[in-house]
Write a new protein. Structure first.
Length: 262
């Protein structure tokens, strides 16, 4: 469904228990709300699930970039306001986790808790050439040229070899991502710098990371864990960047254990 929020049309889906606590899912760069399909069966009996497409992705509008994380965070607040939703449990992976950090720092009154998955709190200078190369490739050759290298960062080789049905869904969504949206969000990510503000977060926080994640490694998760008081860190073995897709049973178990205590 589409709703006008923060001057753009945002695509969203609501499912699960109608009177349950609301859980918001925010996806990675180059994906969409379909990324969270492996979590639906586990959470829908107890929670009201709100999945949405970030600006420039899926069926949401793709305004001219560049974008900022602040802009994407305000999209979430505007979406909640448009739907008449107050406080939520927020779950974000990669770019979604960066948006979650913005919300926890700037709108803590709208969150019951924070779940940060396979994400980082600062974009280091040494990573700038790689993201610029991806931006240039997207502009000159399109998303197809980035697809297989991205899949190799997102999933272990054994998972790629198995080629489960869910993998093709992720691949197709990446290919369908508008170049302008991919570039606009990449420009936002490369300016990420929340590391020194994390100590001000007082929300219950769970941090999940794939043990073999090459893009936002365990060390990045540990840096977040060290700064957010009383946060919990879960490392998922034999998983890379999209740990929720590669190891859904382990991911869902950690998520449910965390949420049930809130």
């Amino acid at each position: 469904m589409l709703v006008k929020a923060n001057n753009i049309q945002i695509n969203y889906e609501l499912s699960g228990r109608k009177d349950g606590p609301v859980v918001v899912f925010s996806h990675s760069l180059g994906s969409s709300l379909v990324m969270w399909h492996p979590q639906l069966e586990a959470l829908e009996p107890r929670y009201r699930l709100l999945r949405y497409d970030t600006r420039g992705h899926g069926k949401s509008d793709t305004p001219k970039g560049p974008y900022t994380l602040e802009m994407m965070g305000e999209d979430v607040i505007a979406l909640l306001d448009a739907l008449g939703i107050g406080k939520v449990h927020f779950i974000g992976l990669s770019m979604g986790g960066m948006i979650g950090q913005f919300l926890a720092i700037n709108h803590p009154n709208r969150l019951h808790c924070l779940v940060l998955c396979d994400t980082s709190s600062i974009f280091l200078p040494e990573g700038q050439p790689a993201i610029q190369e991806r931006i240039d490739t997207a502009r000159s050759k399109g998303m197809e040229a980035l697809t297989e290298p991205t899949m190799e960062r997102w999933f272990t080789q054994s998972f790629l070899t198995k080629n489960p049905p869910g993998l093709e869904i992720i691949r197709k969504q990446f290919l369908a991502t508008p170049v302008e949206g991919y570039v606009g969000c990449s420009e936002a990510i490369r300016k990420l710098n929340y590391l020194n503000r994390l100590s001000g977060i007082n929300l219950p926080t769970l941090i999940i990371v794939g043990e073999e994640d090459p893009g936002t490694p365990v060390s990045a998760a540990e840096a977040i864990h060290e700064r957010i008081r009383n946060s919990k860190l879960v490392i998922i073995p034999s998983a890379r960047h999209l740990s929720n897709v590669e190891k859904p049973e382990v991911f869902n178990s950690a998520l449910m254990d965390f949420l049930k205590d809130l």
